[in-house]
Design a protein around this ligand. Structure first.
Ligand code: SF4
Length: 486
């Protein structure tokens, strides 16, 4: 399984893996050549199709040398390109879209029996993905989709065209899934939707999302609740109150700004203005002074003037984000913005981008330095890379989602356990705790992680240098709002 793009795709891939395992498939071990390769694609980048066809081209000789091997392509690019995929890469066996991921096992089987490529794209959602089986990558943290699709029409975004109108899942179903996950040992859930603040629009409850947050907070044994992504237009005060009053809901808000210029927001068809955005930020700060606020920003949207860009810098200075995910605007085929006049030269966008990154880095670093000496409880994560191993360190996420590297100590906690550490250094993008944990709370999530060790299915898939399905990426990220790969 090769996954590109946003968390919604990562979560869909967990479902696809679960479906295939239910149908009797098992993961290819180690560096073995698999019998089935599934690409779950993303369409937000201008060169997404080049990447896909490049990857498919690499697989062609592999498939020729392995009779019976099957290649399936799903996700947003498949929804967009449909039959074009088998025209350009006739060695592909199955093409399926964003609305019919549940069909994958049947399509693979049909392609095998008929010895013919199967292309099946549905125009509307067949099953809510969360009703399908899942092969979850993490023992201690899980995504829970509460809605799919989006009713907004942001001019840079392909999501509404490819994922369709918003479909909300009933709160009872969401909570049943959360309880089932907690029973399996999961300590943290991230509620996932393209626009979580619009949740409830389908069943006519404007406060459905805040009620859902509070209900999740009452699930016995659930340590942490996060969500992504909210939309400033639909953000209501009851959500802030629910966050502040529900201890399990973590003090972190990832809210895409996209631009600080009202003119650019208008051109993006984002129906809030910078003063509303800053108003939400100050209400969140008043209710939760310890909260970290992160954002997404697009630099160089068509028609963005120097004055517009200065407005973005102003909002960044005022909002004091703890982190911003900044993107240079790039055309996404099929979106209104791709054909707008005023597309900016690359050098200008690059120069603005560097100024914005420098400003945000300075703000992030200043905030992180202020945290030195603070004690924080971390949800311990699985290995965060070579440096951690070399330095005998581990990593975890603080309640506000900051990444903290800490000394593992004599008796290292397990991923999924909760460790209290004292911050000794603040870097621009992470914190360090040089001492061993001051306290460790062994959790059922840690037990669940330990129980999975040694089970082959728990290991990540072979990546061949391409993104693999992973456990929930703890960095905040939009699921459609900008939705780029990170
Ligand atoms: S950017 Fe976000 S809110 Fe806008 S259309 Fe895309 S998914 Fe919807």
């Amino acid at each position: 399984m090769r996954t590109f793009g946003c968390q919604m795709n990562v979560h869909d891939s967990e479902r696809l893996s679960g479906l295939l395992e239910d149908a009797g498939y098992v993961r290819a071990a180690g560096d073995a050549t698999p019998d089935v390769v599934v690409f779950n694609t993303c369409a937000v980048r201008e060169n997404a199709d080049n990447r896909l066809y490049g990857n498919l081209g690499q697989l062609r000789p592999v498939k020729s040398g392995r009779p019976g091997m099957q290649i399936a392509v799903g996700g947003c690019l498949a929804q967009k390109d449909r039959g074009e995929i088998v025209r350009r890469a006739p060695w592909v066996d199955v093409v399926f879209g964003t609305h019919n991921i549940g069909s994958l096992p049947a399509l693979l089987e049909r392609a095998r029996v008929r010895e013919q490529a199967q292309v099946e794209i549905a125009e509307a959602l067949e099953h809510f993905p969360s009703t399908l089986p899942a092969r979850r990558e993490s023992a201690y943290a899980a995504w829970v989709a509460i809605s799919v699709g989006c009713n907004n029409t942001c001019t840079f975004c392909i999501v509404p065209a490819l994922r369709g109108k918003e479909k909300d899942r009933r709160p009872g179903e969401v909570l049943a899934e959360v309880r089932a996950l907690v029973a399996e040992g999961v300590a943290e859930v991230t509620l996932l939707g393209q626009n979580v603040n619009a949740y409830g629009v389908e069943f006519g409850d404007r406060q459905a999302f805040s009620k859902l947050l509070r209900a999740c907070g009452r699930v016995e044994g659930l340590e942490r609740v996060r969500f992504t992504s909210p939309h400033p237009r639909d953000f209501t005060d009851d959500v802030i109150e629910a966050m502040a009053e529900t201890p399990a809901v973590m003090p972190h808000l990832h809210m895409p700004l996209q631009s600080g210029s009202d003119a650019v927001l208008r051109a993006m068809r984002r129906s809030y203005r910078s003063d509303r955005f800053l108003g939400i930020v100050s209400k969140v700060r008043a209710a939760m002074p310890e909260a970290a606020i992160t954002t997404d920003i697009i630099v160089g949207f068509p028609g963005e003037t120097d004055a517009d860009f200065e407005e973005t810098l102003r909002v960044v200075r005022e909002a004091r984000f703890s982190q911003a995910y900044t993107f240079q605007y790039s055309k996404r085929p099929g979106t209104p913005a791709a054909t707008m006049p005023g597309q900016l030269p690359k050098e200008l966008v690059q120069e603005r981008y560097e100024r914005l990154v420098a400003l945000q880095d300075a703000i992030s670093w200043e905030q992180n330095r202020e945290l030195v000496g603070r004690r924080v409880e971390l949800l311990v994560a699985e290995g965060q890379g070579r440096k951690d191993d070399e330095r005998h360190r581990m990593s975890g996420r603080a309640p506000d989602n900051r990444l903290v590297h800490f000394a593992a100590g004599e008796e290292p906690p397990r991923p999924g356990d909760l460790a209290t550490v004292e911050v000794t250094y603040g870097a621009p993008h992470h914190l360090v705790a040089d001492g061993a944990p001051l306290a460790v709370r062994r959790t059922r999530a840690g037990d669940a992680w330990a129980a999975r060790q040694g089970a082959p299915a728990a290991r990540p898939s072979v990546t061949l240098g391409m993104p693999a399905v992973g456990r929930p990426e703890p960095l905040p990220a939009a699921t459609g709002c900008a939705a780029p790969e990170r």
